[in-house]
Design a protein around this ligand. Structure first.
Ligand SMILES: [Fe+2]
Length: 442
């Protein structure tokens, strides 16, 4: 087989910097160009799929691996990468047809809430991790949580509550949950939907949570191929379910939207008259005939507006350039935002050469281009006492092709086009992964 033939047969998630690494590395006192802001004390950690065997049926199905950098008093104290050692990673047998929520791949996100660092995937319970990224075990909120956990929970900056949902292949297909600031599961509410669909994210405002019931539905042929068990449906339709926070299911209302797929919500908020605004990374469609091993789709920034009493959302493109991994200043989660940080994904959906900051108030965007580099998601870290929404920094991993290793870059969020404030050079490659968070004080 020629090299070109081998490349076409190798799925995109096993090529270049998407390919997994096989070693767990620990390194202390990392070399730094520039200066790490001394007020950044804590842990930046990011999750991604990194199949232990080197192969998986889809990019989204590999074992989770966390990459973490501890920052302390202006130093890059350490870098560690560790697999999330779930029962499945450790070789537990799988029951055909029945996903085990205690034994997933925990590969999509990592966040801290109520004193726990949790690795997340949408098909299983959270997995608690130590600060040094060792696996503690799956967590079911003292026996109260009996559904999977989303990889995209929302922390309300006003109440400290954690809002999330779980979805599965048996009724109720979708369940909403809320945890208080101290980490106690307060309520779980089944949300009626017609069929099991892939629900990757949802939205939260100060008064509501919003579910996306989209036409990427459970698909047995895809499941039998060992890939993500979902495919596009021309008949399912698309709608948003808007539920009042703190109220029962009787407050749920459905609003029609154009058929589409959305993995990621940037943010949602409510205007003075009660209109709900949701900004998303929007795909025209996804996975017709099931997921493909060859290509990925492209998303653009789009806004849904739902006035009070409306049965159909107003829809508006905010830009036509391809983006993913939208993030905001999380202190604005559920509140109005002007700024969205994204990674440009290029026409193939996988190029990741630049970071783009949108100012939706002025309509302007600025970019940071990574010369010979490939960016992952960047997260915003608010500055101490910051007055404007974009005070602070952006932090994320960038693969440096010249070194065949990755850097953790810190950019000034107000001047993203400028030279990085700090470049922390890691001794290893961080494969393209999914999501992470800055955990201050951890
Ligand atoms: Fe995601």
């Amino acid at each position: 087989m020629s090299q070109a033939e081998a490349k076409t047969k190798t799925p995109f998630w096993e090529q270049g910097n998407l390919a997994p690494v096989q070693e767990e590395v620990t390194a202390f006192d990392l070399p730094v160009e520039g200066a790490i802001p001394p007020e950044l004390n804590g842990l930046y950690a990011r999750n991604g799929a990194n199949p232990r065997e080197g192969h998986s049926g889809h990019w989204f199905l590999g074992d989770g691996m966390l990459h973490g950098v501890s920052l302390r008093d202006g130093r890059a104290e350490w870098y560690r990468n560790r697999w999330v050692r779930t029962p499945r990673f450790n070789g537990a047998p799988r029951t055909p047809g029945m996903p085990d929520i205690r034994s997933g791949v925990a590969n999509t996100n990592v966040m801290a809430h109520a004193g726990k660092i949790m690795a997340l995937v949408e098909s299983a319970l959270p997995v608690v991790m130590s600060r040094e990224l060792d696996t503690v075990g799956s967590y079911d909120y003292d026996g109260k949580l009996d559904t999977p956990f989303t990889a995209h929970p929302k922390v309300c900056p006003t109440t400290g509550e954690l809002h999330f949902f779980g979805y599965g292949f048996v009724p109720p297909f979708l369940t909403y949950h809320a945890v208080d600031a101290a980490g106690t599961l307060m309520r779980s509410i089944p949300v009626p939907v017609r069929a099991p669909t892939m629900v990757h994210d949802f939205a939260m405002t100060s008064g509501h949570v919003i579910f996306m019931d989209l036409p990427v539905v459970f698909d047995m042929p895809a499941a039998q191929r060992g890939t993500m068990p979902f495919a596009w449906s021309d008949s399912y339709g698309a709608r948003l379910g808007i539920l009042k926070r703190g109220a029962g299911i009787e407050s749920l209302r459905w609003v029609e939207i154009e058929p589409c797929y959305v993995f990621h919500v940037a943010n949602a908020f409510e205007e003075a008259d009660g209109t709900i605004v949701v900004d998303v990374a929007w795909y025209n469609e996804l996975w017709r005939g099931g997921p493909s091993g060859k290509t990925f789709d492209r998303a653009v920034l789009r806004r849904w507006r739902v006035p009070p009493g409306a049965t159909k959302a107003q829809e508006q493109f905010l830009d036509d350039r391809s983006i993913e991994f939208p993030r905001i200043n999380d202190d604005r989660a559920g509140l109005s935002h002007d700024i969205v940080y994204t990674v440009d994904t290029g026409n193939d959906g996988l190029t990741y050469e630049l970071l783009r900051k949108y100012d939706l108030k002025t309509g302007k965007s600025t970019e940071h281009v990574f010369d010979n580099g490939m960016a992952s998601e960047f997260v915003h870290v608010p500055g101490e006492g910051g007055k404007s929404e974009d005070d602070g920094w952006l932090i994320g991993f960038v693969y440096d092709r010249a070194r065949n290793a990755s850097d953790l870059l810190i950019l000034d969020a107000q001047k993203i086009e400028s030279k990085p404030v700090a470049r922390i050079m890691l001794p290893a490659r961080v494969p393209q992964g999914f999501h992470g968070n800055w955990m201050p004080g951890v």
